[in-house]
Design a protein around this ligand. Structure first.
Ligand code: DGY
Length: 320
């Protein structure tokens, strides 16, 4: 690849496309992470990177790739990127909205049901070989009909989750910095301007805000204490939006009846207390993990990189 430009892509992404990607002006693909790169002598030729949401792109990576023109994130969340530094160097930054909305909303509902119907405890009882038979009071959970679902964050995934929950007969309330006409029209949802009033009212709270300095630690011990006793918490957004130790304590004390958590602050670490609590249903960040969504994410990330490299506007630039 003597004089060729280089696009950095995670090796696994090739499995999703089936064919080696083609780039404008015959740029070559290097299957490496932004932290490793193609090797010292080739770094200066890297013009695009497609980072996974678990891979940081900040000043060290930007210094390593002086010819970089686009960071095409493979994911909708961009908290792995130092956007200010990327932009300050005139580099484009894109993400993959829409294509993973249904998959992630489906998983939020799966977690909501798992926590409400105590599926972890049921599975453990069924598998331990000591189940002694059907009983009227065994592992009673929360029925969803008529219950209030509080959605934090009225973006695409929040709205899609709310729409699904309506089919279970739930009433939807939401909190966001601004009113969402989509949330109100599509899910009949009512906005609460004060987070505390939503928390006090909701039987289940589902988190859909991006991780930003404003949302980091948003559900701290005090806010968790403001949740309705016996309520349930679901998180498919980012782990650091919650105080994980405070969630564990709220589950231990019974203040929260259950939690369904797909994301954690320092992935791949899942705190032992959350893994071990029987009322906590944990998953390893599977929100967008359908064949359809992961393939569409790759196609969109690659299309964004291609557009920028050929001098066009990217399809889904990160706004703001
Ligand atoms: C994202 O895209 O931000 C998810 O967390 C991974 O699909």
């Amino acid at each position: 690849m003597s004089e060729q430009s280089i696009v950095l892509v995670a090796p696994e992404l090739l499995e999703l496309s089936g064919a080696a990607p083609e780039w404008p002006m015959g740029a070559a693909t290097a299957f490496a992470s932004p932290a490793e790169g193609p090797g010292l002598e080739f770094n200066a030729r890297v013009v695009a990177v497609v980072p996974l949401v678990s891979q940081a792109v900040g000043k060290p990576e930007l210094d390593r790739y002086p010819a970089l023109r686009v960071v095409a994130n493979y994911g909708v969340g961009t908290d792995n990127l130092d956007i200010a530094s990327i932009r300050s160097r005139g580099i484009e930054v894109t993400n993959t909205p829409d294509v993973l909305t249904d998959a992630t909303a489906d998983l939020a509902i799966a977690l909501l049901l798992a926590a409400a119907r105590r599926l972890r405890e049921g599975l453990e009882l069924a598998r331990c070989g000591e189940w002694d038979g059907w009983r009227p009071t065994q592992l009673l959970g929360m029925g969803l009909q008529g219950k209030v679902l509080g959605i934090l964050g009225a973006g695409r995934i929040g709205v899609a989750t709310a729409r699904r929950a309506r089919a279970f007969g739930m009433e939807i309330v939401y909190w966001d910095r601004s009113a969402s006409s989509r949330m109100e029209a599509e899910a009949g949802a009512t906005r609460h301007e004060r987070l505390e009033s939503l928390l006090a009212l909701s039987d289940i709270v589902s988190v859909h805000v991006p991780l930003t300095p404003e949302t980091e630690g948003m559900l701290d011990a005090e806010r968790l204490a403001a949740m309705k006793p016996g309520s349930i918490l679901v998180n498919t957004a980012r782990g650091a939006v919650l105080d994980q130790a405070a969630v564990a304590e709220a589950l231990r004390s019974g203040h929260l009846a259950g939690a369904g958590l797909d994301v954690f602050e320092n992935e791949p670490e899942i705190p032992a207390e959350l893994r071990e609590l029987p009322t906590c249903f944990v998953l390893p960040h599977l929100g967008s993990a359908t064949r359809e969504a992961r393939k569409a994410m790759w196609e969109l990330a690659a299309a964004n990189a291609r557009a920028v490299l050929s001098g066009s506007e990217p399809l889904t630039p990160v706004i703001a």
